[in-house]
Write a protein that binds this ligand. Structure first.
Ligand code: GLN
Length: 469
Protein backbone atom coordinates (compact mmCIF):
# COMPACT_ATOMS: atom_id res chain seq x y z
CA UNK A 1 0.00 0.00 0.00
CA UNK A 2 2.89 2.33 0.70
CA UNK A 3 4.26 1.65 -2.76
CA UNK A 4 0.85 2.23 -4.34
CA UNK A 5 0.55 5.51 -2.46
CA UNK A 6 3.97 6.53 -3.75
CA UNK A 7 2.93 5.65 -7.30
CA UNK A 8 0.01 8.07 -6.92
CA UNK A 9 2.18 10.72 -5.31
CA UNK A 10 4.77 10.54 -8.07
CA UNK A 11 2.34 10.31 -10.97
CA UNK A 12 3.85 13.44 -12.49
CA UNK A 13 7.00 11.41 -13.23
CA UNK A 14 5.01 9.43 -15.81
CA UNK A 15 6.91 6.28 -14.82
CA UNK A 16 3.93 3.93 -15.19
CA UNK A 17 1.71 3.40 -18.20
CA UNK A 18 -0.58 0.99 -16.33
CA UNK A 19 -0.85 0.55 -12.56
CA UNK A 20 -2.17 -2.92 -11.76
CA UNK A 21 -3.40 -1.89 -8.33
CA UNK A 22 -6.13 -4.46 -7.88
CA UNK A 23 -3.98 -7.40 -8.89
CA UNK A 24 -1.09 -6.19 -6.75
CA UNK A 25 -3.31 -5.87 -3.68
CA UNK A 26 -4.71 -9.36 -4.24
CA UNK A 27 -1.22 -10.78 -4.61
CA UNK A 28 -0.16 -8.92 -1.46
CA UNK A 29 -3.07 -10.34 0.49
CA UNK A 30 -2.22 -13.86 -0.62
CA UNK A 31 1.38 -13.27 0.27
CA UNK A 32 0.45 -12.03 3.74
CA UNK A 33 -1.66 -15.12 4.32
CA UNK A 34 1.24 -17.34 3.38
CA UNK A 35 3.51 -15.38 5.67
CA UNK A 36 1.14 -15.83 8.60
CA UNK A 37 0.97 -19.54 7.94
CA UNK A 38 4.75 -19.73 7.80
CA UNK A 39 4.70 -20.73 4.13
CA UNK A 40 6.56 -18.87 1.46
CA UNK A 41 6.32 -19.01 -2.31
CA UNK A 42 9.91 -18.04 -2.78
CA UNK A 43 12.62 -15.43 -3.01
CA UNK A 44 10.36 -12.52 -3.91
CA UNK A 45 7.31 -13.24 -1.81
CA UNK A 46 5.55 -9.95 -1.09
CA UNK A 47 8.11 -7.83 -2.93
CA UNK A 48 6.68 -5.07 -5.14
CA UNK A 49 8.17 -5.10 -8.64
CA UNK A 50 7.43 -3.26 -11.89
CA UNK A 51 7.79 -4.44 -15.46
CA UNK A 52 8.60 -2.47 -18.61
CA UNK A 53 5.62 -2.26 -20.94
CA UNK A 54 7.26 -4.32 -23.68
CA UNK A 55 6.90 -7.57 -21.68
CA UNK A 56 3.67 -9.45 -22.25
CA UNK A 57 1.43 -9.74 -19.20
CA UNK A 58 -1.71 -11.88 -19.09
CA UNK A 59 -4.79 -9.70 -18.87
CA UNK A 60 -2.81 -6.46 -18.54
CA UNK A 61 -2.50 -4.11 -21.50
CA UNK A 62 0.94 -4.20 -23.12
CA UNK A 63 1.58 -1.20 -25.35
CA UNK A 64 5.30 -0.76 -26.05
CA UNK A 65 4.33 2.93 -25.65
CA UNK A 66 3.00 2.79 -29.21
CA UNK A 67 -0.32 3.62 -30.82
CA UNK A 68 0.13 0.34 -32.66
CA UNK A 69 -0.37 -1.73 -29.52
CA UNK A 70 -2.71 0.49 -27.50
CA UNK A 71 -5.47 -1.73 -26.26
CA UNK A 72 -3.57 -4.97 -26.85
CA UNK A 73 -4.04 -7.37 -23.93
CA UNK A 74 -1.77 -10.41 -24.24
CA UNK A 75 -3.16 -13.86 -23.47
CA UNK A 76 0.09 -15.00 -21.83
CA UNK A 77 2.89 -13.86 -19.52
CA UNK A 78 6.47 -13.40 -20.65
CA UNK A 79 8.54 -16.15 -19.04
CA UNK A 80 10.33 -13.62 -16.83
CA UNK A 81 7.03 -12.15 -15.63
CA UNK A 82 5.71 -15.63 -14.85
CA UNK A 83 8.89 -16.42 -12.93
CA UNK A 84 8.56 -13.26 -10.83
CA UNK A 85 4.95 -14.12 -10.01
CA UNK A 86 5.80 -17.75 -9.27
CA UNK A 87 8.21 -16.51 -6.62
CA UNK A 88 5.52 -14.36 -5.00
CA UNK A 89 6.43 -10.93 -6.41
CA UNK A 90 3.69 -8.28 -6.51
CA UNK A 91 3.30 -6.75 -9.96
CA UNK A 92 2.67 -3.03 -9.40
CA UNK A 93 2.33 -2.14 -13.05
CA UNK A 94 3.80 -1.62 -16.47
CA UNK A 95 6.40 1.08 -16.97
CA UNK A 96 6.91 3.74 -19.61
CA UNK A 97 9.52 3.60 -22.38
CA UNK A 98 10.53 4.92 -25.76
CA UNK A 99 8.23 3.53 -28.44
CA UNK A 100 9.19 -0.13 -28.98
CA UNK A 101 12.27 0.51 -26.82
CA UNK A 102 13.92 2.55 -29.56
CA UNK A 103 15.71 5.41 -27.88
CA UNK A 104 17.98 6.53 -25.08
CA UNK A 105 15.86 9.10 -23.33
CA UNK A 106 12.40 7.68 -22.56
CA UNK A 107 11.11 10.77 -24.29
CA UNK A 108 9.64 9.24 -27.43
CA UNK A 109 6.74 7.07 -26.22
CA UNK A 110 3.16 7.86 -27.09
CA UNK A 111 2.34 8.42 -23.40
CA UNK A 112 4.86 11.25 -23.12
CA UNK A 113 8.31 11.51 -21.57
CA UNK A 114 9.41 10.12 -18.19
CA UNK A 115 10.76 12.62 -15.68
CA UNK A 116 13.85 11.81 -13.68
CA UNK A 117 13.07 11.81 -9.92
CA UNK A 118 16.46 13.45 -9.36
CA UNK A 119 15.08 16.58 -11.04
CA UNK A 120 13.30 17.15 -7.72
CA UNK A 121 16.14 16.33 -5.35
CA UNK A 122 16.91 18.99 -2.81
CA UNK A 123 20.53 19.27 -3.79
CA UNK A 124 19.84 19.67 -7.52
CA UNK A 125 17.08 22.20 -6.93
CA UNK A 126 19.28 24.24 -4.62
CA UNK A 127 22.08 24.29 -7.16
CA UNK A 128 19.63 25.47 -9.81
CA UNK A 129 18.10 27.92 -7.32
CA UNK A 130 14.69 26.35 -7.86
CA UNK A 131 11.94 25.72 -5.41
CA UNK A 132 12.35 22.27 -3.85
CA UNK A 133 9.35 20.52 -5.38
CA UNK A 134 7.86 22.55 -8.13
CA UNK A 135 6.30 19.79 -10.16
CA UNK A 136 4.90 22.06 -12.82
CA UNK A 137 7.98 23.70 -14.17
CA UNK A 138 9.47 22.52 -17.45
CA UNK A 139 13.05 22.38 -16.26
CA UNK A 140 13.26 18.69 -15.49
CA UNK A 141 15.78 16.03 -16.45
CA UNK A 142 15.42 12.97 -18.67
CA UNK A 143 15.77 9.54 -17.11
CA UNK A 144 17.74 8.09 -20.00
CA UNK A 145 16.28 5.09 -21.71
CA UNK A 146 14.66 3.29 -23.09
CA UNK A 147 13.73 1.67 -19.74
CA UNK A 148 13.29 5.09 -18.11
CA UNK A 149 9.93 4.23 -16.56
CA UNK A 150 11.42 1.23 -14.78
CA UNK A 151 14.34 3.34 -13.56
CA UNK A 152 12.08 6.14 -12.31
CA UNK A 153 9.81 3.57 -10.61
CA UNK A 154 12.68 2.06 -8.60
CA UNK A 155 14.37 5.38 -7.97
CA UNK A 156 11.12 6.89 -6.61
CA UNK A 157 10.73 3.91 -4.22
CA UNK A 158 7.48 2.73 -5.81
CA UNK A 159 8.95 -0.78 -6.08
CA UNK A 160 12.11 -2.63 -5.12
CA UNK A 161 13.08 -3.98 -8.52
CA UNK A 162 11.97 -3.49 -12.09
CA UNK A 163 12.49 -5.27 -15.36
CA UNK A 164 13.89 -3.32 -18.25
CA UNK A 165 15.08 -4.55 -21.60
CA UNK A 166 18.57 -4.00 -22.98
CA UNK A 167 19.36 -4.11 -26.68
CA UNK A 168 22.06 -1.46 -26.83
CA UNK A 169 22.12 -0.06 -23.30
CA UNK A 170 18.49 0.54 -22.40
CA UNK A 171 18.80 -0.83 -18.87
CA UNK A 172 22.27 0.49 -18.03
CA UNK A 173 21.74 3.98 -19.42
CA UNK A 174 18.68 4.94 -17.32
CA UNK A 175 20.26 3.22 -14.31
CA UNK A 176 23.25 5.56 -14.68
CA UNK A 177 21.02 8.63 -14.91
CA UNK A 178 18.80 7.60 -11.99
CA UNK A 179 21.49 6.36 -9.58
CA UNK A 180 20.62 2.65 -9.74
CA UNK A 181 22.12 -0.73 -10.40
CA UNK A 182 21.27 -1.62 -14.00
CA UNK A 183 22.22 -5.13 -15.04
CA UNK A 184 22.32 -6.65 -18.51
CA UNK A 185 22.76 -10.44 -18.25
CA UNK A 186 24.71 -12.58 -20.72
CA UNK A 187 22.69 -13.21 -23.88
CA UNK A 188 21.03 -16.59 -23.47
CA UNK A 189 20.99 -16.64 -19.67
CA UNK A 190 17.49 -15.14 -19.32
CA UNK A 191 14.50 -15.97 -21.52
CA UNK A 192 13.22 -13.44 -24.06
CA UNK A 193 9.93 -15.28 -24.55
CA UNK A 194 7.19 -12.65 -24.28
CA UNK A 195 9.57 -9.70 -24.56
CA UNK A 196 8.30 -7.93 -27.67
CA UNK A 197 11.42 -7.95 -29.82
CA UNK A 198 13.51 -5.02 -30.92
CA UNK A 199 16.66 -6.83 -32.12
CA UNK A 200 16.31 -10.55 -31.42
CA UNK A 201 20.03 -11.22 -31.59
CA UNK A 202 20.84 -8.55 -28.98
CA UNK A 203 17.77 -8.16 -26.73
CA UNK A 204 17.97 -9.30 -23.11
CA UNK A 205 15.70 -8.64 -20.14
CA UNK A 206 17.51 -6.29 -17.75
CA UNK A 207 17.21 -5.75 -13.99
CA UNK A 208 17.05 -2.42 -12.15
CA UNK A 209 17.46 -2.31 -8.37
CA UNK A 210 18.92 -0.14 -5.64
CA UNK A 211 21.69 -2.57 -4.60
CA UNK A 212 23.70 -5.35 -6.22
CA UNK A 213 22.44 -8.06 -3.85
CA UNK A 214 18.87 -7.34 -4.96
CA UNK A 215 19.92 -7.71 -8.58
CA UNK A 216 21.51 -11.08 -7.77
CA UNK A 217 18.31 -12.30 -6.11
CA UNK A 218 16.17 -11.29 -9.09
CA UNK A 219 18.69 -12.80 -11.50
CA UNK A 220 18.51 -16.06 -9.57
CA UNK A 221 14.75 -16.06 -10.12
CA UNK A 222 14.91 -15.22 -13.83
CA UNK A 223 17.90 -17.15 -15.12
CA UNK A 224 17.73 -20.53 -16.79
CA UNK A 225 16.75 -22.49 -19.85
CA UNK A 226 13.32 -21.86 -21.33
CA UNK A 227 11.92 -24.30 -23.88
CA UNK A 228 10.04 -21.32 -25.33
CA UNK A 229 13.29 -19.46 -26.14
CA UNK A 230 15.69 -21.61 -28.12
CA UNK A 231 18.54 -19.14 -27.54
CA UNK A 232 18.57 -19.75 -23.79
CA UNK A 233 21.38 -22.03 -22.69
CA UNK A 234 20.72 -25.57 -21.50
CA UNK A 235 21.97 -26.93 -18.24
CA UNK A 236 21.55 -26.12 -14.60
CA UNK A 237 21.92 -22.58 -13.34
CA UNK A 238 23.84 -21.98 -10.17
CA UNK A 239 22.61 -19.67 -7.47
CA UNK A 240 23.58 -16.07 -7.97
CA UNK A 241 23.90 -15.20 -4.30
CA UNK A 242 27.03 -13.16 -3.97
CA UNK A 243 29.95 -13.90 -1.68
CA UNK A 244 31.43 -10.94 0.19
CA UNK A 245 34.58 -10.26 -1.71
CA UNK A 246 37.11 -8.73 0.62
CA UNK A 247 40.22 -9.13 -1.45
CA UNK A 248 40.41 -7.75 -4.97
CA UNK A 249 44.19 -7.97 -5.17
CA UNK A 250 44.06 -11.01 -7.46
CA UNK A 251 41.85 -9.23 -9.99
CA UNK A 252 42.95 -7.79 -13.26
CA UNK A 253 40.88 -4.77 -14.33
CA UNK A 254 41.02 -3.70 -17.97
CA UNK A 255 40.60 -0.09 -19.06
CA UNK A 256 39.79 0.07 -22.78
CA UNK A 257 41.72 2.97 -24.25
CA UNK A 258 39.22 3.47 -27.10
CA UNK A 259 36.55 4.42 -24.57
CA UNK A 260 38.37 7.64 -23.72
CA UNK A 261 36.39 9.62 -26.31
CA UNK A 262 36.52 13.40 -26.66
CA UNK A 263 32.79 13.72 -25.89
CA UNK A 264 33.25 12.20 -22.43
CA UNK A 265 32.47 14.78 -19.75
CA UNK A 266 35.44 15.72 -17.56
CA UNK A 267 33.53 14.71 -14.43
CA UNK A 268 32.79 11.20 -15.68
CA UNK A 269 36.35 10.89 -16.88
CA UNK A 270 37.77 11.87 -13.50
CA UNK A 271 35.49 9.43 -11.63
CA UNK A 272 36.48 6.67 -14.03
CA UNK A 273 40.14 7.23 -13.29
CA UNK A 274 39.48 7.50 -9.53
CA UNK A 275 37.69 4.14 -9.66
CA UNK A 276 40.68 2.59 -11.43
CA UNK A 277 42.97 4.08 -8.76
CA UNK A 278 40.82 2.53 -6.05
CA UNK A 279 41.33 -0.96 -7.50
CA UNK A 280 45.02 -0.20 -7.90
CA UNK A 281 45.37 0.91 -4.30
CA UNK A 282 43.75 -2.36 -3.16
CA UNK A 283 46.43 -4.31 -5.00
CA UNK A 284 44.47 -5.24 -8.13
CA UNK A 285 46.25 -5.13 -11.44
CA UNK A 286 44.85 -2.31 -13.53
CA UNK A 287 45.92 -2.27 -17.14
CA UNK A 288 45.11 -0.41 -20.30
CA UNK A 289 43.66 -2.68 -22.97
CA UNK A 290 42.57 -2.22 -26.54
CA UNK A 291 39.22 -3.01 -28.20
CA UNK A 292 40.33 -1.91 -31.66
CA UNK A 293 37.00 -2.25 -33.46
CA UNK A 294 35.12 0.02 -31.05
CA UNK A 295 34.99 2.81 -33.62
CA UNK A 296 32.76 0.69 -35.87
CA UNK A 297 30.33 -0.31 -33.20
CA UNK A 298 27.74 2.47 -33.61
CA UNK A 299 27.38 2.12 -37.38
CA UNK A 300 27.47 -1.66 -37.15
CA UNK A 301 24.73 -1.62 -34.49
CA UNK A 302 22.69 0.71 -36.67
CA UNK A 303 22.73 -1.61 -39.69
CA UNK A 304 21.97 -4.74 -37.66
CA UNK A 305 19.36 -3.08 -35.45
CA UNK A 306 17.39 -1.51 -38.27
CA UNK A 307 17.56 -4.68 -40.39
CA UNK A 308 16.12 -6.77 -37.58
CA UNK A 309 13.59 -4.03 -36.82
CA UNK A 310 12.40 -4.04 -40.45
CA UNK A 311 11.77 -7.73 -40.22
CA UNK A 312 10.32 -7.73 -36.69
CA UNK A 313 7.89 -4.89 -37.29
CA UNK A 314 6.33 -6.67 -40.29
CA UNK A 315 4.03 -8.47 -37.87
CA UNK A 316 2.23 -5.23 -37.03
CA UNK A 317 -0.05 -5.15 -40.03
CA UNK A 318 -3.37 -4.15 -38.50
CA UNK A 319 -4.71 -7.69 -38.69
CA UNK A 320 -3.50 -9.47 -35.59
CA UNK A 321 -2.70 -7.02 -32.82
CA UNK A 322 -3.76 -3.63 -31.56
CA UNK A 323 -4.47 -0.80 -33.92
CA UNK A 324 -6.31 -1.03 -37.27
CA UNK A 325 -7.18 2.06 -39.31
CA UNK A 326 -10.65 2.75 -40.73
CA UNK A 327 -9.60 2.59 -44.38
CA UNK A 328 -11.03 -0.31 -46.31
CA UNK A 329 -10.33 0.49 -49.99
CA UNK A 330 -7.74 -2.29 -50.24
CA UNK A 331 -5.64 -4.51 -48.00
CA UNK A 332 -2.47 -2.63 -48.98
CA UNK A 333 -4.02 0.74 -48.12
CA UNK A 334 -5.17 -0.67 -44.80
CA UNK A 335 -1.65 -1.93 -43.98
CA UNK A 336 -0.02 1.34 -44.97
CA UNK A 337 -2.40 3.60 -43.09
CA UNK A 338 -2.41 1.40 -40.01
CA UNK A 339 1.37 1.53 -39.90
CA UNK A 340 1.48 5.27 -40.53
CA UNK A 341 -0.96 5.87 -37.70
CA UNK A 342 0.54 3.24 -35.44
CA UNK A 343 4.28 4.00 -35.49
CA UNK A 344 6.18 7.18 -34.64
CA UNK A 345 8.91 8.70 -36.82
CA UNK A 346 11.72 6.85 -35.07
CA UNK A 347 10.15 3.45 -35.67
CA UNK A 348 9.20 4.26 -39.27
CA UNK A 349 12.68 5.63 -39.94
CA UNK A 350 14.26 2.42 -38.72
CA UNK A 351 11.93 0.25 -40.78
CA UNK A 352 12.89 2.26 -43.86
CA UNK A 353 16.64 2.07 -43.15
CA UNK A 354 16.45 -1.62 -42.41
CA UNK A 355 14.57 -2.41 -45.60
CA UNK A 356 17.17 -0.41 -47.51
CA UNK A 357 20.03 -2.44 -46.00
CA UNK A 358 18.16 -5.66 -46.79
CA UNK A 359 17.52 -4.85 -50.46
CA UNK A 360 19.01 -7.50 -52.72
CA UNK A 361 21.62 -5.08 -54.09
CA UNK A 362 22.63 -3.85 -50.60
CA UNK A 363 22.44 -7.01 -48.56
CA UNK A 364 26.07 -8.11 -49.05
CA UNK A 365 27.53 -4.63 -48.68
CA UNK A 366 25.61 -3.71 -45.55
CA UNK A 367 23.92 -6.53 -43.69
CA UNK A 368 26.51 -9.26 -44.30
CA UNK A 369 29.40 -6.86 -43.78
CA UNK A 370 27.88 -5.65 -40.50
CA UNK A 371 27.57 -9.27 -39.35
CA UNK A 372 31.30 -9.71 -39.99
CA UNK A 373 32.19 -6.50 -38.18
CA UNK A 374 30.01 -7.63 -35.29
CA UNK A 375 32.15 -10.76 -35.04
CA UNK A 376 35.32 -8.63 -34.94
CA UNK A 377 33.83 -6.47 -32.17
CA UNK A 378 32.91 -9.57 -30.17
CA UNK A 379 36.37 -11.04 -30.72
CA UNK A 380 38.00 -7.89 -29.33
CA UNK A 381 36.37 -8.69 -25.99
CA UNK A 382 37.28 -12.38 -26.17
CA UNK A 383 40.93 -11.47 -26.81
CA UNK A 384 41.04 -9.10 -23.86
CA UNK A 385 39.46 -11.61 -21.48
CA UNK A 386 41.78 -14.35 -22.77
CA UNK A 387 44.75 -12.12 -21.95
CA UNK A 388 43.92 -12.43 -18.25
CA UNK A 389 41.57 -9.48 -17.72
CA UNK A 390 38.75 -10.35 -15.29
CA UNK A 391 36.50 -7.36 -15.84
CA UNK A 392 36.52 -4.19 -17.88
CA UNK A 393 35.84 -0.87 -16.19
CA UNK A 394 34.29 1.84 -18.39
CA UNK A 395 31.92 4.79 -18.20
CA UNK A 396 28.24 3.95 -18.80
CA UNK A 397 27.20 7.25 -20.32
CA UNK A 398 29.03 10.27 -21.67
CA UNK A 399 27.53 12.59 -19.08
CA UNK A 400 24.96 12.96 -16.35
CA UNK A 401 21.23 13.31 -17.15
CA UNK A 402 20.43 16.39 -19.21
CA UNK A 403 17.35 18.62 -19.07
CA UNK A 404 14.52 17.44 -21.34
CA UNK A 405 14.45 20.68 -23.33
CA UNK A 406 18.14 20.30 -24.12
CA UNK A 407 17.77 16.64 -25.03
CA UNK A 408 14.97 17.10 -27.54
CA UNK A 409 16.83 19.85 -29.34
CA UNK A 410 19.56 17.47 -30.38
CA UNK A 411 19.12 15.53 -33.57
CA UNK A 412 16.86 12.61 -32.90
CA UNK A 413 18.82 10.07 -34.92
CA UNK A 414 22.35 10.93 -33.92
CA UNK A 415 21.73 11.53 -30.24
CA UNK A 416 20.72 7.98 -29.42
CA UNK A 417 23.75 6.65 -31.27
CA UNK A 418 26.21 8.87 -29.39
CA UNK A 419 24.69 8.20 -26.02
CA UNK A 420 25.10 4.44 -26.44
CA UNK A 421 28.77 4.44 -27.31
CA UNK A 422 29.85 2.56 -24.16
CA UNK A 423 26.96 0.12 -24.08
CA UNK A 424 26.12 -1.12 -27.60
CA UNK A 425 29.23 -3.20 -28.28
CA UNK A 426 28.43 -5.29 -25.21
CA UNK A 427 25.09 -6.35 -26.75
CA UNK A 428 26.74 -7.25 -30.04
CA UNK A 429 29.11 -9.47 -28.07
CA UNK A 430 26.38 -10.92 -25.81
CA UNK A 431 28.32 -10.14 -22.61
CA UNK A 432 27.08 -9.37 -19.10
CA UNK A 433 27.49 -5.76 -17.96
CA UNK A 434 26.29 -3.66 -15.07
CA UNK A 435 25.98 0.01 -14.20
CA UNK A 436 27.00 0.94 -10.68
CA UNK A 437 26.24 4.42 -9.32
CA UNK A 438 29.49 5.99 -8.19
CA UNK A 439 29.01 9.55 -7.07
CA UNK A 440 26.96 12.67 -7.45
CA UNK A 441 28.16 15.26 -9.92
CA UNK A 442 28.77 18.89 -8.97
CA UNK A 443 25.16 19.49 -10.03
CA UNK A 444 24.02 16.86 -7.53
CA UNK A 445 23.15 14.22 -10.14
CA UNK A 446 24.14 10.55 -10.21
CA UNK A 447 27.03 9.31 -12.33
CA UNK A 448 27.56 5.61 -12.96
CA UNK A 449 30.36 3.40 -14.22
CA UNK A 450 30.06 0.13 -16.07
CA UNK A 451 31.70 -3.24 -15.44
CA UNK A 452 31.76 -5.72 -18.33
CA UNK A 453 32.56 -9.41 -17.83
CA UNK A 454 33.20 -12.49 -19.97
CA UNK A 455 30.13 -14.35 -21.28
CA UNK A 456 28.31 -16.31 -18.59
CA UNK A 457 30.52 -14.95 -15.80
CA UNK A 458 27.52 -13.00 -14.52
CA UNK A 459 28.03 -13.99 -10.93
CA UNK A 460 31.72 -13.04 -10.88
CA UNK A 461 30.84 -9.72 -12.49
CA UNK A 462 28.20 -8.95 -9.87
CA UNK A 463 30.60 -9.99 -7.10
CA UNK A 464 33.10 -7.35 -8.23
CA UNK A 465 30.26 -4.86 -8.61
CA UNK A 466 29.13 -5.56 -5.05
CA UNK A 467 32.61 -4.96 -3.70
CA UNK A 468 32.71 -1.67 -5.55
CA UNK A 469 29.22 -0.37 -4.75
N1 GLN B 1 19.34 3.37 -27.73
C1 GLN B 1 19.43 2.14 -28.45
C2 GLN B 1 18.44 2.11 -29.58
O1 GLN B 1 17.65 3.01 -29.66
C3 GLN B 1 19.26 0.98 -27.52
C4 GLN B 1 17.85 0.71 -27.19
C5 GLN B 1 17.67 -0.47 -26.25
O2 GLN B 1 18.62 -0.97 -25.64
N2 GLN B 1 16.45 -0.94 -26.18
O3 GLN B 1 18.46 1.21 -30.37
Amino acid sequence: QKCLALIQKTKFLNAYITVSEEAALKQAEASEKRYKKGQSLGDLDGIPVAVKDNFSTTGIETTCASNMLKGYVPPYNATVVQKLLDQGALLMGKTNLDEFAMGSGSTDGVFGPVKNPWSYSKQYREKRKQKPRDENDSDWLITGGSSGGSAAAVSAFTCFAALGSDTGGSTRNPAAHCGLIGFKPSYGLVSRHGLIPLVNSMDVPGILTRCVDDTAIVLGVLAGHDPKDSTTVQGPVNSFLLPSLTDVSKLCIGIPKEYLVPELSPEVRSLWSKAADLFDSEGAKVKEVSLPHTCYSIVCYHVLCTSEVASNMARFDGLEYGHRCDIDISTEAMYATTRREGFNDVVRGRILSGNFFLLKENYEDYFIKAQKVRRLIANDFVNVFNSGVDVLLTPTTLREAVPYLEFIQEDNRTRSAQDDIFTQAVNMAGLPAVNIPVALSRQGLPIGLQFIGPAFCDQQLLTVAKWFE
